[in-house]
Design a binder for this molecule. Structure first.
Ligand SMILES: [Zn+2]
Length: 471
């Protein structure tokens, strides 16, 4: 007999036992009613005895209720495991990958979700604070914003389930009804991540890189693009009319945090899903069904390759140029506190510029990117320095980017005054500090600092970095 039927029977039996206990107590109470009137002492004693008896029965009922609740929970868990296994079988078939190990399932409570978010923040270490300050200096998030608090709220918004490649577990949200078609669709997506991890080891993939967001975002686009394709396949296979009934609930899903997020955040969050899907389709057009596994080995090296798939699949393969800026900028040049090193990439630059320029201008200016590196250190109200060096496919691309960046700063910091302009070198300043912008051939250097003296020293070191472009 299946376990679920046993549990159903057990619940029914437990309910009958509880009812019988109540009935028996009523009958016994009626039989014991004395025929002769009792003395006040006897009445007191009888009352105390009946009270104790009722209390004992009440406790027994509570125990039985707890047992029934536990059995119910077990039944639900059993049902959920069965549904997850059914979805897993379907995903394996649709994705063409078999699970190498059984998939462990757990429930996502608020405490577990908080622990997972804590781990993400802790993994970034001191660089988390540096990242936040960098965003604030660049005006991409408001100076008063509590970025950590915002991210916590954003991540916990409507998580139907998630696959964690560190614990290797599939987590189901307790708040979601797994029997709904759209919940199953989301789960199919997460199970697809579990299969990717078992076959391509996501834990040691660039997705986990902490000092190259560009490369991490490109790798995430592969994993998410694949997951999105899988969801579409799953829907097409299910051909379920039920999803139509569930659409209103889906549309009502709380997306408050995502819609109120600064555009730099929301764009970066959506990038892997929106662009990854298209990138994966291009890979499959080129390499057929094998093309679905190919971008996992090796992963694309930049968001430039995701935005322009021909730069990954050919014929115009273009790998990014790596710039070792951090080594050139000693801790003496860049303040020690909140040190943060990263790579913006074509998508990061596009997103940043689009915050103040039109989408078209931003896209044009970011195109032709070939590599960049940035190093930040310091505080919001105190000494700080930011060095950013980028290299472009040609001098025209570099010039276009430098011009766009200048316009971006001018629109963002209204009080900014140009203090010096000679050839391709611009100095601008306001109360917040100094900005230097230099175009040197195919390179563009941008420096921010609290004082002119610090900015000059950092600029000198930045321009001294040799850049070896990848042919
Ligand atoms: Zn995903």
């Amino acid at each position: 007999m299946p376990l679920s039927s046993c549990l159903h029977r057990a619940i029914r039996i437990a309910a009958i036992v509880a009812l019988s206990v109540c009935l028996a107590s009523c009958v016994r109470f009626a039989l014991r009613t004395p025929a002769k009137p009792l003395s006040p002492e006897q009445q007191q004693a009888e009352l105390a005895r009946v009270k104790a008896d009722l209390q004992a029965r009440q406790m027994r009922i509570e125990v039985l209720e707890q047992q029934i609740a536990a059995l119910r929970k077990q039944l639900v868990q059993e049902r959920d495991r069965r549904i997850v296994l059914e979805i897993q079988r379907k995903v394996e078939e649709l994705r063409g990958l078999r699970a190498k190990q059984p998939l462990e399932m757990s429930y996502l409570t608020d405490a577990i979700l908080n622990r997972l978010i804590d781990r993400e923040i802790r993994d970034r270490g001191e660089a988390f604070g540096g990242w936040e300050l960098f965003l604030k200096h660049f005006g991409l998030v408001p100076a008063e914003m509590n970025v950590e608090g915002f991210l916590r709220a954003l991540y916990s918004e409507q998580v139907a389930g998630l696959y964690d490649d560190e614990t290797k577990k599939l987590y189901l949200s307790e708040k979601f009804d797994i029997t709904k078609t759209f919940s199953k669709m989301f789960l199919a997506h997460e199970i697809c991540h579990a299969l990717q991890d078992q076959h391509f080891n996501l834990t040691s993939s660039p997705i986990r890189l902490k000092n190259n967001d560009d490369r991490a975002l490109a790798a995430a686009a592969v994993a998410e693009g694949d997951g999105m394709m899988l969801m579409t396949q799953y829907m097409a296979e299910e051909r379920s009319w039920r999803i139509l009934l569930e659409l209103p609930a889906l549309a009502m899903m709380d997306q408050k945090m995502l819609s109120s997020a600064p555009s730099f955040f929301s764009q970066s969050l959506l990038f892997p899903y929106l662009y990854g899907n298209e990138f994966m389709m291009k890979c499959m057009e080129k390499w057929g069904s094998r093309g679905r596994n190919r971008p996992f080995q090796p992963f694309p090296a930049s968001t430039e390759q995701i935005l322009h798939p021909e730069k990954y699949i050919g014929p115009d393969v273009d790998r990014p140029t790596e710039i070792d800026l951090a080594r050139a900028l000693s801790r003496r040049l860049i303040p020690r506190a909140n040190r943060y090193e990263n790579v913006g990439g074509e998508f990061g630059i596009r997103c940043m510029l689009a915050d103040r320029l039109s989408q078209r201008e931003a896209e044009r200016a970011a195109a032709g990117w070939d590599g960049d590196a940035l190093v930040f250190g310091g505080r919001l109200d105190g000494p700080y320095a930011l060095a950013w060096l980028s290299v472009w496919d040609g001098e025209n691309d570099a010039e276009e980017f430098a011009e766009a960046l200048k316009r971006f700063f001018q629109r963002q910091r209204k009080a900014l005054k140009t203090s010096e302009e000679s050839g391709s070198t611009f100095w601008m300043s306001d109360k917040q500090g100094e900005i230097a912008l230099v175009r040197d051939g195919e390179r563009v250097a941008c420096v921010h600092a609290d004082t002119r003296e610090r900015a000059e020293r950092v600029l000198h070191a930045t321009l001294g970095v040799k850049v070896q472009r990848v042919p």
